[in-house]
Design a protein around this ligand. Structure first.
Ligand code: F6R
Length: 601
């Protein structure tokens, strides 16, 4: 949520910043801005509502500079507008500042210190730049003023600061929001995500909460708020620049859907031990076996993966599992068992709602495991253990391959736990995941069918339903989220049997109802529910698994282990969402009002 970049060196700063922001657009794309300055401290500020391409058009080619900062925004305080876009400047134009995060006490700070200052935006951020100006006017050096200000701030922040009187430096500070320093030859950079700067360097330093940084073109100075200087060795970011390009694909979402069979195969390889069996760090397994209940905490799509995980962990490993929405759990905690074990599922590893729960469960000393796509992310760092998704960067805002990778990791975890408990596996997980990957390929090859169904059923409708039972219900929730978030069709994912208890009143002539049938035990009942909505005018689409299919079903999935069916049945729903959005003429990768990494509660 919001992306920031910074640069100091001897190249054209505006180009580095703009290219960096383009790679961070997934974090927010309602407005953007950059500030660049030359070695004499002459600066240029550009801000624009909309995407980076709009900002690019505003940036003057002759605005040369060797240092600067940039920001792409997902509005929290104040509407998306050029005025509210970052960087924000001090009244005298000396300081420019970009911020990712939320300052909770900005009103109090304004009241206490800045009553005489004229504010130009509705943001919580502007207070910071005015405070820095105030303290420097009172005699403090920029770095000391910056340090004093961050000590006053309550909330989350990754900050980049430029001072026109010190054009040979860029300053930064971090608390809770992600921020990295990228180290180059004769230049250094700042970024919210290594992806932004990978084309310039693969050497990065992680910053810790409460740290401040001064970058010059040749040095990185890190200090905490108490003045302790920190030594930090850069790590090599294992990110392939090609992974973050669309290549020949029109949208990242389609590329990421197509990558799913490969992700599942890769996952199996990554978790396969020397003896050929699936392996997970013994410490994690023992900590989980010592618990009496697993609590899965996650948001959105990751939460939906958690529901599938519950089935897998309970059925394969015999461990009771509760799944909770992170934002609810945080402030409405249920009565916990004596020995809870917490699993945090998060693609980004940065979701503030999940982190708020982790902070609490850490205070209570409960063991925790992060299942995430991003090594070194906040949830990974702050949990006791981590299992990585190895899915490669997911850039489309709508999550696809991370969801299937999360289920893949949970299936592997269930398998290892079950064996560690001495249970004889009822099936060979490695073999069955291989079959899943092949089945995914088959469904992905059916793009034309999906496009046609999307055109016929979803290109004009105002609302839609996904229905299913058990595993198919959990996939329906995810399918509905996918469709609504990118096509803006009001969609509900419903337990097929529950519809008749009220919601069936919404079914009228032509409303699309997509039913998922992958389980023999519930197939008959779901068929009954399909008839109920069909007789009330619904335009039904049936996605069934081979063996359970009937004549007229529009999509038939290859037969796979029903416990793993979600991995395959979700794919047509992803493709339907994708094509429905294309038919309706919207941007698939960047739906309105959303951002990829939700770092505010
Ligand atoms: C939907 C989607 C979101 C995320 C949610 C949690 O397509 O991507 O619902 O799943 O914001 O994000 P992570 O997984 O990064 O914690």
């Amino acid at each position: 949520m919001c992306g920031i970049v910074g640069y100091i060196g001897n190249q054209d700063a505006k180009e580095v910043l703009l290219q960096g922001l383009e790679k961070l657009e997934y974090r927010g794309y309602d407005s953007a801005g950059i500030f660049v300055m030359n070695t004499s401290g002459e600066g240029n500020l550009f801000k624009e509502k909309g995407r980076i391409k709009e900002l690019r058009q505003e940036v003057k080619q002759d605005a040369q500079g060797t240092a600067g900062i940039g920001h792409t925004r997902w509005a929290t305080h104040g509407v998306p507008s050029a005025m509210n876009a970052h960087p924000h400047q001090s009244e005298n134009g000396r300081f420019s500042l970009v911020h990712n995060g939320v300052i909770e006490n900005y009103r109090e700070l304004k009241e206490a210190y800045l009553q005489d200052v004229t504010f130009h935006s509705e943001t919580d951020t502007e207070v910071i730049v005015h405070l820095i100006a105030k303290f420097t006017e009172e005699g403090l050096e920029t770095f000391d003023a910056f340090k004093k200000v961050v000590q006053l701030l309550k909330g989350s922040y990754a900050l980049g600061l430029a001072d026109r009187e010190q054009p040979e430096k860029v300053f930064a500070a971090k608390n809770k929001s992600p921020l990295l320093v990228g180290v180059g030859e004769d230049f250094n950079v700042l970024c919210s995500d290594a992806m932004a700067m990978i084309r310039y360097t693969d050497q990065f330093m992680e910053l810790m909460d409460g740290e401040l940084v001064v970058l010059t073109d040749t040095a990185v100075h890190i200090e905490d708020v108490d003045g302790n200087v920190k030594e930090r060795v850069p790590y090599t970011a294992e990110l392939d620049a090609n992974d973050i390009e669309k290549g020949t694909y029109p949208y990242y979402m389609l590329k990421e859907i197509d990558e799913q069979p490969g992700v599942i195969r890769q996952l199996v390889q990554n978790y396969q031990g020397k003896n050929g069996e699936l392996e997970i760090d013994e410490e994690i397994i023992q900590a989980m076996l010592a618990s009496d209940r697993i609590y899965v905490i996650a948001a959105g799509t990751s939460n939906h993966a958690g529901w599938i995980g519950k089935q897998l962990l309970e059925k394969i490993a015999g461990i009771p599992v509760e799944v909770h929405v992170a934002s609810e759990f945080s402030y409405n905690m249920p009565l916990l068992t004596e020995k809870p074990f917490f699993i945090y599922i998060s693609q980004s590893g940065e979701t503030a709602d999940s982190r708020a729960v982790l902070v609490k469960t850490n205070e209570m000393n409960y063991p925790s495991l992060a299942i995430t796509n991003v090594a070194g992310s906040t949830l990974s760092r702050e949990s006791d253990y981590t299992l990585l998704l190895h899915a490669g960067p997911e850039i489309a805002v709508a999550s696809t391959k991370a969801y299937t990778a999360q289920i893949g990791v949970l299936a592997i975890l269930a398998d290892v736990l079950g064996r560690a408990k001495g249970k004889t596996p009822e099936f060979d997980m490695i073999h069955d995941l291989g079959i899943v990957a092949n089945a995914m390929d088959v469904v992905i090859d059916e793009k034309e069918t999906m496009e046609e169904i999307a055109r016929l059923y979803l290109s004009k409708t105002r609302s839609a339903f996904y229905i299913g039972r058990a595993m198919d219900y959990y996939v329906s929730m995810e399918a509905a989220l996918k469709l609504k978030e990118i096509s803006y069709i009001q969609t509900e994912g419903f337990a097929a049997g529950e519809l008749k208890h009220g919601t069936i009143a919404l079914i009228e002539e032509g409303v699309p109802v997509v039913a998922l049938i992958t389980n023999a035990e519930t197939a008959g009942h779901t068929r009954g529910n399909i008839e109920e909505v069909r007789s009330r005018g619904a335009a039904t689409v049936v996605v069934s698994m081979e063996g359970l299919n009937r004549e007229g079903d529009q999509i038939v999935l290859p037969e796979i282990n029903p416990l793993l069916s979600a991995l395959v049945s979700v794919i047509p729903t992803q493709l339907l969402a994708y094509y429905a959005t294309l038919h309706r003429g919207y941007d698939v990768d960047k739906p309105r009002n959303l951002a990829k990494s939700v770092t505010v509660e």
